[in-house]
Design a protein around this ligand. Structure first.
Ligand SMILES: NC(=O)c1ccc[n+]([C@@H]2O[C@H](COP(=O)([O-])OP(=O)(O)OC[C@H]3O[C@@H](n4cnc5c(N)ncnc54)[C@H](OP(=O)(O)O)[C@@H]3O)[C@@H](O)[C@H]2O)c1
Length: 198
């Protein structure tokens, strides 16, 4: 079975941990302050607290860290050897929510540059944390999550995981093209709470 880990245990990392826990999928989780600070979350959700270096060894690594702290969070991690990193991040400053100037680049392309050799798939970024972490069965259908990436095998594995968590996945295409559609701010899709019927 694929090992799954989450780097970042704030609003989005916790929402992802909650989804995995509800689906009965084992996962480990890391933050900047170390495993001891994650004892309560571990007790609540059954996720395993680990160091960032340990989390980065998983087959599928969710990355959910404040944009400004991403470079420091992933520095020295790897080699990635084609392992999957799910980019759940948005290029915003906090707490102002001002867009970060990316010089016209897609935010996930910037993230991918920080992770040489990783198969980056953008997903789990387009909804607010509270909605993301809530029941994906909604209004008689399944809540939609988008995913984008350049590695078809990686996208297939992420699509499978999205389905296992109870969502309806929609493939938006490449990291640059699809990624921009789901990019916050700027893309047309973020914050849309779509439900797939049937
Ligand atoms: N909040 C939302 O509704 C939402 C929605 C969609 C996407 N996003 C995106 O998701 C990402 C995370 O947002 P968030 O709201 O979850 O932020 P958050 O609540 O502030 O949590 C950020 C997490 O990142 C960790 N972190 C920071 N620097 C780190 C480092 N050097 N090494 C390891 N972990 C580090 C923090 O650990 P410590 O607590 O130990 O410092 C914390 O667990 C951002 O890119 C954001 O734009 C957020």
């Amino acid at each position: 079975m694929n090992k799954i880990a989450i780097i970042g245990a704030g609003a989005i990392g916790t929402a992802i941990a909650r989804l995995l826990s509800k689906a009965g999928i084992a996962a480990s989780i890391a933050n900047s302050r170390g495993p001891e600070s994650l004892a309560a979350l571990s007790q609540e959700l059954g996720v395993t607290p680990v160091s960032v270096a340990e989390a980065a060894k998983a087959d599928i690594v969710f990355l959910a860290v404040n944009w400004a702290r991403l470079p420091e969070a992933v520095r020295g991690l790897g080699p990635w050897n084609g392992r999957i990193v799910i980019d759940a991040n948005n290029a915003v400053e906090v707490p102002s929510f001002r867009a970060v100037d990316l010089d016209g680049r897609a935010s996930s392309s910037v993230v991918a540059d920080l992770l040489p050799g990783a198969s980056v798939v953008k997903a789990f970024n387009h909804l607010g944390a509270a909605l993301l972490g809530s029941d994906p069965q909604s209004d008689g259908g399944r809540r939609v999550l988008f995913y984008s990436g350049d590695d078809q095998d990686a996208k297939a594995r992420v699509a499978e995981l999205i389905g296992q968590l109870g969502f309806a996945g929609i493939d938006l295409g490449t990291l640059d093209g699809g990624g921009r559609l789901a990019q916050f701010p700027g893309g047309p899709l973020p914050v849309l709470n779509l439900v797939r019927m049937g």
